[in-house]
Design a binder for this molecule. Structure first.
Ligand code: GLN
Length: 482
């Protein structure tokens, strides 16, 4: 069986394989890899039915753009008729009555949804350990975390339980697990993909993103799910991307990449640092130009992110009150249903975020924290815009550390937050970014590197990513589609 949708499609068009057979095989693999805890819900019956329809479309010679593409969807993205839990007790039995726009567009293009994947509760975390359904495990070593919060989607692609997967990225939750699992993870420009039906965590940072084995597959999915959506006032008023075409075009000029000054990289884990320099050297040898860019506010990335993200989360999560939908805890005389439901329904990390967010928004501290964070955010975005005046994209690590052991960072939330050092700034600036598999630690754990591009340059970023991957693959003598 092939790992990528593009290769499957070629085989299906030649009549060498059938969609039904592929879906059955994926379902079988999902069962045999249950230990990874990648899925919260598997929608086997609906997937088998959709596969039959896809086969009929191929047989009739009228396949749609993603016909037969098997997709796993993070369980904070709304799926009509299939429960959407956000890995929280508070939504444990919640079944949406509508599809997220991204899901609706996938289905309309012939994609097959195979199930809903595990995550940190409400996408808050960097390891998929904060899930009410238990942690997901790294397929390259199950004693290690797969990253998070979209850990289940990264595992599903890495362990070949689907062709591609959707995740959400508020501060790195697509890119960081992609790096930890050795797959590609793409976060588009803010507004490129509709957020309608993505359960809100921090609305000004949230974006749906894509996991795949190849840039080509990422592009195929992006071209289907991007584009203006009347249901999301923050979606870009532009037609869907044509990135499949753009990634095939030759680069008109030599690629110019920006690198961060050594002092910003110095705190990285040794093996991440070594991998970064190895990849940089290979690109330089292949003719890529490098310029050191100074991003003067990098020390503010993490604190700014955690103020804005928690502030927005505390507001967004106010809707879970035990009254309108989701969990409702039975109470005794004189008890308060809202408090009882939220106390029982939310996990510790979500409660921590709600409390931090409420604090930074409170009348006494708003000016000291929230207002300052908004100013810092503007400076961070402007610094990016300035650096892109001289380079096409920036190359930086995805995570300062390789995958860590399950449990290792659970007792220390600050250590967990620092794992997001290189990812949160792209969300603060709204720019597109992609994590690419770049190497392995001596223990056989994956390391990813990240490219970040100017706002709106999503298709071009995919083009650059493909060039870099080509060089790295030539260097490691590995072959395979990119
Ligand atoms: N790890 C970050 C956090 O915990 C990012 C989460 C995300 O991107 N959803 O907030």
């Amino acid at each position: 069986m092939t790992r990528t949708y593009a290769e499957f499609r070629r085989q299906r068009e030649r009549g060498e394989i059938r969609c039904l057979q592929v879906v059955q095989e994926f379902l079988h693999r999902i069962e045999s890899r249950r230990n990874l805890n990648a899925f919260i819900t598997v929608t086997a019956e609906a997937a088998l039915q959709a596969a039959e329809e896809s086969d009929a479309r191929f047989d009739a010679g009228a396949p749609r753009p993603l016909e037969g593409c098997v997709v796993a969807v993070k369980d904070n993205i709304s799926t009509r008729g299939a429960r959407t839990t956000c890995a929280s007790r508070i939504l444990e039995n919640f079944v949406p009555v509508y599809d997220a726009t991204a899901v609706e567009r996938l289905r309309a293009a012939g994609a097959i949804i195979v199930g809903k994947t595990n995550l940190d509760e409400f996408a808050m975390g960097s390891s998929t350990e904060y899930s009410a359904f238990g942690p997901a495990h790294n397929p390259h070593n199950p004693d290690y975390v797969p990253g998070g919060s979209s850990g289940g989607s990264a595992v599903a692609v890495a362990a070949e339980l689907c062709h591609v997967a959707l995740g959400s990225d508020t501060g790195g939750s697509v890119r960081q697990p992609a790096a930890f699992c050795a797959v590609i993870g793409f976060k588009p420009s803010y507004g490129r993909i509709s957020r309608y039906g993505l359960v809100a965590f921090a609305s000004s940072l949230d974006q749906i993103g894509v996991f795949a084995h190849t840039v080509e597959d990422v592009a195929s999915v992006l071209d289907v799910i991007s584009g203006y959506d009347v249901h999301d006032a923050t979606s870009l008023p532009e037609p869907p991307t044509q990135s499949r075409k753009v990634i095939e075009e030759p680069l008109v000029e030599e690629l110019r990449l920006g690198v961060l000054p050594e002092d910003v990289l110095r705190d990285c884990h040794d093996e991440v640092y070594a991998c970064y320099h190895r990849c940089l050297k290979a690109l330089r040898a292949a003719g890529v130009h490098f310029t050191t860019v100074t991003l003067p506010y990098s020390h503010l990335w993490v604190p700014t992110y955690y103020i804005i993200a928690t502030a927005e989360a505390s507001s967004n999560l106010a809707r879970y009150d035990g009254i309108r939908y989701g969990l409702r805890v039975p109470i005794g005389e004189g008890d308060d249903v809202i408090t009882a439901t939220r106390t029982a329904g939310f996990g510790a990390e979500v409660k921590r975020r709600i409390m931090m967010g409420t604090y930074v928004l409170s009348a006494g501290y708003y000016d000291a924290y929230y207002r300052k964070a908004q100013k810092a955010r503007r400076l961070i975005a402007e610094a990016y815009a300035q650096s892109f005046a001289s380079v096409h994209a920036l190359l930086l690590p995805t995570s300062p550390i390789p995958p860590f052991r399950l449990g290792e960072r659970m007792e220390d939330p600050i250590a967990m937050y620092l794992a997001d050092y290189f990812t949160v700034s792209a969300n603060l600036a709204g720019i597109p970014a992609i994590s690419l598999p770049a190497g392995w630690t001596a223990d056989g754990l994956p390391i990813g590197l990240q490219l970040q591009a100017p706002y709106g340059a999503d298709a071009r970023l995919l083009r650059y990513a493909r060039s870099c991957l080509r060089v790295w693959q030539q260097n490691t003598n590995s072959s395979g589609p990119i």
